[in-house]
Design a protein around this ligand. Structure first.
Ligand code: DGT
Ligand code: CA
Ligand code: CA
Ligand code: ZN
Length: 582
């Protein structure tokens, strides 16, 4: 069992307990453990196999450690099985509708005997939901809309969750008999923010034993379809995987085809046709004129590698992150493909939290961890006072933090610790810290945490006002979205980006996998307009610092090169570039 699967099981326990109306502290214990396990970089199954004591990990108590060991060793959890037998399965889906939650799901179940989405839809259409205490017409309307929106959607996974599954899958498949080459294609390879299913390609002398090895993987819940060239399974995590076994001479063509995107493939096919070629997952073939004028496939001119396939249509190899038909074929043709930013280019992390507010590690621990990642500088950005629930720092506490920064800095001369703060933008666009203190910060980061639902005009005005403040350097997670949980705020992004450029404010590419905010499209626009960008992890623990690669991936999808990203600069030039008014 991989960490994502363990986390999913604990979350399900929490869901079911909540529907039953269990003690909130008990529910929270499962949720906290699930969140920790999902983000933990070492597979717990390895620790369990080594007989390590899991209670040494944060959020894991004695009971939780027992449950995790049980899951790792048996793939099952007795507590969960028992809860499942007590709560109808459709209710969990109902709790996931926006605005419903466990309490209301419980009321729907106990009072209207509703146990799945279809029954809920029928009841809402008949007006019986609105009649329930604590519901009303508005809620009923919202529920109906949410059910309809859901009907058309397949579940998608965060890229970081897909990464965990992909790594385990790769590990398993590398041991399949006779497997030679092995690549994960699809949206995963294009580093899209969410992944619908995994597309794995392998070459092998004989497909049969490879398919058998694949379907015998313990993480497989169901074999959807099994054939000699293609097999599809659904994993216990809910993820679907398509495995294709291809011949070595076609591997590059198949990799190209199944990496996509569909739009990129269409353009490639057109380009091939213009050159008298046909491109498919089997290769690039000459097109021959037949007797009656019909065209048929002749010799295969390329197929073993992607380089060969692109060369056959007169192009250099195009990085997967660019394959979205956003002008990459034209750029490749002109020899102007961007030299995309890489993780190794990043010289510092510009958003992180310590125990001074809601981070889990001490300042010294965060500094040591940044140094271990090879950074030359880092900004300590604990929350501002109005975010009381995160332990936001009031002025006195902020000054005490500066003293600690100076003490720690003396122990770590190789890294520059920048005094900073993630300052809340108030409803009226003013900042949650006095100018006199702002002036003493090395980096001023601003962001929105409340009133996310304001209309577009008011929200945009609020952000512009904050950007116009002369001490502001960076606008953090500009839209406030959380993938799968919270829609972006309504913002006129073009206006925000124009304003950022005018005032020399940088926009953040927040690397948290559920944020990725700005997203690839907005970052692309930022680059076009010449707005400065920073990539930051918003780490709340030392482990979170490793999320940087997700921010870099989005930046690459947006065509950013090191020169577009401020935190690729060495410390001196970075601080110069940050200073806006000369
Ligand atoms: P996903 O799984 O929804 O996150 O997105 P993808 O891009 O991985 O899409 P998927 O798994 O349906 O198919 C993998 C790739 O296969 C896709 O990016 C392009 C290629 N492909 C699939 N169907 C078609 C098609 O009808 N036409 C063309 N040209 N390519 C296709
Ligand atoms: Ca896919
Ligand atoms: Ca697929
Ligand atoms: Zn935060």
């Amino acid at each position: 069992m991989e960490n994502v699967e363990l986390a999913a099981a604990l979350d399900e326990v929490a869901d079911l307990l909540e529907i039953q109306g269990a003690n909130p502290f008990r529910v929270r214990a499962y949720r906290n453990a699930a969140r920790f396990v999902r983000g933990y970089s070492t597979p717990l199954r390895k620790l369990v196999a080594e007989g390590r004591d899991l209670t040494e990990l944060p959020t894991i108590g004695a009971d939780m450690a027992k449950y995790l060991a049980e899951l790792c060793q048996t793939g099952k959890l007795a507590v969960l099985e028992q809860l499942r037998s007590q709560v109808p399965p459709g209710l969990v889906e109902i709790t996931q509708l926006p605005g419903v939650g466990p309490k209301r799901a419980q009321a729907l179940w106990k009072e209207l005997q509703i146990t799945d989405l279809e029954q809920l839809r029928q009841a809402a259409l008949a007006g019986r939901v609105a009649a329930l205490r604590g519901f009303g017409d508005k809620t009923q309307q919202k529920i109906l809309q949410a059910i309809e929106r859901r009907a058309g959607q397949q579940k998608r996974f965060l890229l970081a969750d897909a990464d965990q599954i992909a790594a385990a899958l790769r590990e398993h498949m590398a041991q399949a008999p006779g497997v030679d080459r092995l690549e994960m294609a699809g949206s995963w390879r294009r580093r899209k923010e969410t992944v619908g299913d995994l597309d794995l390609l392998v070459t092998a002398a004989e497909p049969g034993p490879v398919m058998d090895h694949f379907t015998r993987w313990p993480s497989v819940a169901e074999v959807v379809q099994k054939g000699t060239t293609r097999t599809t399974v659904r994993l216990r995590s809910g993820m679907q995987v398509d495995l294709r076994v291809v011949e070595p001479a076609a591997f590059g063509a198949a990799l190209c085809y199944f990496t996509g995107s569909k739009e990129h493939n269409i353009r490639m096919r057109q380009r091939a046709l213009e050159r008298g070629l046909r491109i498919s997952e089997y290769g690039v073939f000459e097109l021959l004129e037949g007797e009656g004028g019909e065209r048929r496939e002749g010799r295969r001119v390329a197929g073993a590698t992607e380089q060969e396939v692109y060369a056959a249509v007169g192009l250099p190899w195009i990085p997967p992150e660019l394959r979205e038909d956003r002008g990459e074929l034209e750029a490749a043709e002109r020899g102007e493909l961007p030299a995309l930013v890489e993780l190794g280019d990043i010289r510092g992390d510009l958003q992180m939290h310590t125990r001074w507010s809601d981070g889990k590690n001490t300042l010294a621990e965060m500094v040591a961890a940044c140094l271990a990642r090879g950074y030359a500088y880092m900004a300590v950005t604990d929350h501002s006072p109005s975010l009381a629930m995160t332990g936001g720092l009031d002025p006195a506490k902020l000054r005490r933090q500066w003293q600690e920064i100076e003490r720690v800095a003396a122990d770590y001369p190789k890294i520059r610790i920048l005094k900073s703060m993630e300052i809340d933008i108030r409803r009226d666009g003013s900042l949650d810290l006095a100018d006199e203190l702002l002036e003493q910060l090395d980096v001023v980061l601003v962001s929105i945490h409340s009133y996310l639902e304001l209309g577009m005009a008011e929200q945009t005005r609020r952000v512009l006002k904050a950007l116009e403040h002369p001490r502001v350097h960076i606008l953090a997670h500009p839209t406030g979205r959380r993938l799968g949980q919270r829609e972006p705020m309504q913002l006129d992004m073009d206006e925000v980006l124009h304003c950022a450029r005018e005032h020399g404010v940088a926009v953040e590419a927040n690397a948290q996998p559920e944020r990725l905010d700005l997203n690839d499209v907005h970052l692309f626009r930022a680059r076009e307009l010449g707005v400065k960008v920073v990539i930051s992890t918003d780490a709340h623990s030392t482990a979170d610092l490793d999320l940087m690669r997700y921010g870099v991936a989005q930046a690459r999808r947006a065509w950013l090169t090191p020169k577009h990203v401020l935190n690729t600069l060495p410390p001196g030039r970075f601080l110069q570039a940050l200073r806006r008014r000369r």
